[in-house]
Design a protein around this ligand. Structure first.
Ligand code: GRF
Length: 214
């Protein structure tokens, strides 16, 4: 069972997808805490309305980095979080938090990493760049979070065709639909201990049955 801490900064549609999957019993997890760095995030308001436990932790509200980190670690510990899912969280997770939870920290990214990722590559930016590159495919990546932006071991990738008429908006719409399938699916593989990490490479054990691709 995953006791999730879900980190968001904005819309929170992946948070909602995870919540739905739990309700539908497709994911053996519970959302112990929703963390936002932005009190005005739509996803944060949604989580509160839904009765989920929430906390807003913004670096600006703390005098020192260490106070900020300690507060974050305390919130996670007090709420029994044993797995972190970044879902549109645009700040960098402090290294101390990464070290404490690694490899039980995931992120979902709207591109085929290591292309179109890194600091500042959020929202529609990777999708726009993929269209402008002339590539025929982009995709979705789920990866374990390390201390660098979008750089941890890749768990799963699914390609997504870029059609000639695509705009960042239309591509994002299809990308999000894929993400809402993929993220809960990969989290469930973690819940079932089907993800093995060795030498920074991820291996997924026997997945055929519920693979969203099929
Ligand atoms: C998604 O595109 C996700 O891949 C990226 O940020 C966006 C978050 O969307 N990390 P939402 O807030 O979950 O709707």
């Amino acid at each position: 069972m995953l006791n999730l801490g879900i980190f968001i900064s904005g819309r929170g549609s992946n948070l909602r997808a995870i919540y739905r999957a739990i309700k539908q019993k497709k994911l053996d997890a519970q959302i112990n805490l929703v963390v936002s760095n932005n009190p005005d995030a739509a996803g944060f308001q949604w989580a509160k309305d839904e009765g989920l436990l929430t906390v807003c932790l913004s670096r600006n509200d703390f005098t020192t980095e260490q106070e900020f980190i300690s507060a974050m670690l305390k919130e996670l510990e007090d709420h029994g979080v044993n797995f972190i899912a970044l879902a549109g969280y645009i700040a960098k997770l402090p290294a101390e938090v990464v070290r404490k939870y690694y490899p039980n920290i995931l992120n979902i990214h709207p591109a085929l990493l290591p292309l179109f990722g890194g600091k500042g590559w959020y929202g529609q930016i990777p999708l726009k760049a993929a269209i402008e590159s002339g590539m025929k495919f982009t995709g979705v990546t789920v990866h374990i979070v390390n201390e660098e932006y979008d750089a941890g071991p890749i768990v799963y990738q699914q390609p997504l065709e870029i059609k000639p008429e695509d705009t960042p908006e239309t591509l994002e719409e299809r990308s999000l639909k894929l993400q809402w399938e993929i993220y809960p699916y990969i989290l469930q593989l973690f819940a079932q201990r089907k993800i093995k990490l060795k030498d920074d490479r991820v291996r997924i054990l026997s997945t055929q049955k519920n693979n969203p691709k099929r």
